[in-house]
Design a protein around this ligand. Structure first.
Ligand SMILES: Cc1cc2nc3c(=O)[nH]c(=O)nc-3n(C[C@H](O)[C@H](O)[C@H](O)COP(=O)(O)O)c2cc1C
Length: 197
């Protein structure tokens, strides 16, 4: 059985903000009988894309590692939720590594015209970005640009975007306003996912 929702935790820090949010998301889905799987990608063996061009010719990735089973999971899923720290106004390096490896899906669609992902299946995406600083204009811009592209690559409609800032001063757990916002967004997300059936 493939999980309905893939939850990608992009932080290397255990038990900090992204981990706590990941667990919150996981619990909400389980309470609503939606199957899901957490990917703590910093604990996984996922190589960098080497731009070898293999996927341009075949539609799949030459590298065999922990990313390999994820391709079919992306295909079978009803949605993908990515939780990433802001690192230098972007997603974390390991999230970028996962994103780059989806080039194999991109190539199957746009280079080979032989999609490895069902493009007619409806999937819903959620992206949660977590920054340590108080707000400033470019804080979420780099990450947002990359993730908009990523969700297109894995054929998810990115309907939910949440930005949390100031975690260096106020943790996710202390931030009641954001916690409420997350709960409300999760309620709507779960409703949307159930309506996909
Ligand atoms: C390498 C690195 C770069 C960072 N760059 C930024 C940044 O550009 N903007 C920002 O608001 N916070 C930045 N931070 C702070 C993190 O976004 C913040 O600590 C956040 O809470 C990380 O998520 P986590 O607590 O789940 O690990 C950076 C942290 C690190 C380690």
């Amino acid at each position: 059985m493939y999980p309905e929702i893939l939850i990608i935790n992009g932080s290397p820090r255990k038990n900090k903000n992204c981990f706590k949010i990941t667990n919150e998301v996981n619990s909400a889905l389980i309470e609503n009988a939606i199957s899901c799987k957490i990917f703590n990608i910093y604990d996984m063996d996922i190589e960098y894309c080497t731009a070898c061009g293999f996927c341009d010719k075949t539609g799949y990735c030459r590298i065999k590692d922990d990313m390999t089973p994820m391709y079919e999971m992306f295909n079978k899923a009803k949605g993908v939720i990515v939780i990433s720290p802001v690192h230098f106004d972007c997603i974390s390096a390991k999230v970028k590594t996962v994103v780059d490896r989806t080039q194999a899906i991109y190539a199957s669609k746009y280079i080979l015209n032989k999609s490895s992902i069902d493009r007619d299946k409806k999937r819903i995406g959620m992206y949660i970005a977590v920054g340590g600083s108080t707000p400033y204009p470019s804080q979420f811009m780099g990450g947002q640009t990359v993730m908009d592209f990523f969700f297109k690559s894995v054929n998810n409609k990115l309907m939910y975007n949440l930005h949390l800032n100031n975690t260096d001063k106020e943790t996710y757990e202390e931030n009641t306003e954001f916690r409420n916002k997350l709960q409300n967004n999760l309620d709507s997300y779960i409703k949307d996912i159930k309506e996909l059936d």
